[in-house]
Design a protein around this ligand. Structure first.
Ligand code: SF4
Length: 67
């Protein structure tokens, strides 16, 4: 496991698709501005199968190296 998803919040339309698309569940949440974010405390649970990346309708989720 070397990567994690990251949301470009400038492009997020707040559809919540990533929240429900994640096969692990509860790894994404919405902030006060209705933009999605990947919960940093969940990084070890991410399976990296990229369902979030594939299902985001505006392609604003990208995999980045874990720091
Ligand atoms: S699927 Fe994409 S546009 Fe929809 S809430 Fe998630 S990051 Fe935002």
């Amino acid at each position: 496991m070397t990567q994690k998803p990251e949301v470009n919040q400038d492009e997020c339309i707040g559809c919540t698709t990533c929240v429900s698309a994640c096969p692990v569940g509860e790894l994404f949440a919405m902030n006060d501005e209705n933009k999605a974010f990947f919960k940093p405390e969940s990084v070890d649970s991410c399976c990296e199968n990229q369902e979030c990346v594939r299902n985001c309708p505006v392609q604003c989720i990208h995999m980045v190296d874990r720091s």
